[in-house]
Ligand binder design. Structure first.
Ligand code: SAM
Length: 363
């Protein structure tokens, strides 16, 4: 079997690979996907400094520790100055890009604040910092407003491309619906973003058929970026009641690595994030994901005073650390694994760039 066989795989081929129990076979796949990443996107990885802007959330997703019904969370909202300090850190640290992630709100105060923050960060960094947003489902006009302000990448996970499984993860109302999320993904494309989505791996009730369909969904949607991580339990969520159905965490990690490798081989030029959730299971989880085909890491820059309040799952790593410590720990681990960082570059999705180029050529 060679790389070409993975470009348009059948559902059966994907499920066979996801169910593969032979360790040497899995390692063969990870190595091939790692080589594919290096040949397509180069040896280095790109960084996006992560700002967890606020844990105030209007949504009630059954898996998430910061869901609005969780009364055990101290809610916070970083000040503008704290956000600018983090952005300045990213700029001086030569990260090239940052991500603003937040609990989900759609009120005009929140919308306008994001617009203002994005504009200001662009000005302060002489447009040198690329900005990715991850602020949930919003109307098209809001996505357009934030794009015009200077954000050019957006992450919105579909969580599961199986509408039935998705329905077990969310309340049955309009704003949480599968259709609303899918529509938002199309709106993001329409608004001009490099559009990222993703799923959680190892959810209760999820099968390898669901995961194979997730990979086919990414390809079919022609996504520019993907972030996939293992589902991790949080004791203050309804999904915690189903924890006896879960695969062991180590198995969720290897399954996530399988997903990353298969996707890299299916879509060689997209951006794939090595997510923080991998690091909960294995301190070198993110680096293992890079070796299996991922090319983006998001070091946390949130101030330590509030990190513990943005616990979407239990045992979030590095909650005592500040941005400087998170940076040095990451650099240390990457060095140990022989992985280089591309400093001061946006690290845009090559897949998106190729699409834009071919559109211009055909115009
Ligand atoms: N509210 C925005 C959204 O839903 O896109 C952004 C914040 S949300 C906390 C970011 C991501 O965290 C979600 O897309 C979800 O996949 C992930 N997440 C939440 N709870 C999780 C859990 N228990 N285990 C793993 N990932 C989780």
């Amino acid at each position: 079997m060679n790389r070409i066989d993975f470009e348009n795989p059948s559902r059966q081929m994907l499920t066979d690979w996801l169910a593969e129990e032979d360790r040497s076979q899995r390692e063969w796949l990870w190595a091939m996907a790692g080589a594919c990443k290096r040949e397509t996107l180069g040896d280095s990885i790109h960084l996006r400094g992560l700002i967890e802007l606020s844990n105030e959330c209007a949504r009630d997703c059954y898996y998430c520790g910061i869901r609005c019904s969780n009364k055990n969370v101290d809610r916070y909202d970083l000040t503008d100055e704290q956000v600018f300090a983090a952005a300045d850190f990213a700029w001086k640290a030569r990260y090239g890009s940052l991500v603003i992630q937040s609990g989900e709100r759609t009120d005009s105060t929140f919308v306008q604040r994001i617009t203002r923050l994005v504009r200001k960060i662009k000005q302060r960094s002489n447009n040198e910092l690329g900005i990715t947003l991850s602020c949930g489902v919003q109307p098209l006009e809001v996505y357009q407003e934030w794009h015009e302000a200077g954000a050019h990448r957006y992450l919105l996970r579909i969580e599961s491309s199986n509408p039935d499984l998705y329905a077990t993860l969310h309340p049955a109302d309009g704003c949480h619906s599968y259709e609303a999320r899918l529509c938002a993904l199309f709106d993001l494309k329409k608004a001009g973003y490099q559009t990222g989505t993703g799923v959680m791996v190892g959810l209760p009730g999820q099968t390898v058929f669901d995961l194979a369909d997730d990979l086919l969904f990414f390809k079919d949607f022609d996504v520019d970026m993907v972030g996939m991580g293992p589902y991790l339990e949080h004791e203050d969520t309804p999904l915690y009641a189903l924890r006896s159905l879960l695969l062991p965490q180590e198995k969720r990690l290897t399954l996530t690595l399988q997903m990353i490798s298969l996707l890299r081989l299916m879509m060689p030029s997209i951006n794939i994030t090595a997510t923080t959730a991998l690091q909960v299971i294995d301190p070198f989880g993110r680096e293992r994901a890079v070796l299996a085909g991922a090319n983006i890491i998001m070091p946390n820059m949130t101030i330590p005073e509030v990190r513990q309040n943005y616990q979407i799952y239990n045992n979030k790593p590095g909650i005592q650390d500040d941005a400087e410590i998170s940076k040095s720990h990451l650099e240390e681990r990457l060095r140990k694994m022989g992985i280089a960082i591309a400093w001061e570059e946006w690290g845009d999705s090559l897949h998106f760039q190729k699409k834009a180029l071919s559109l211009r050529r055909n115009f």
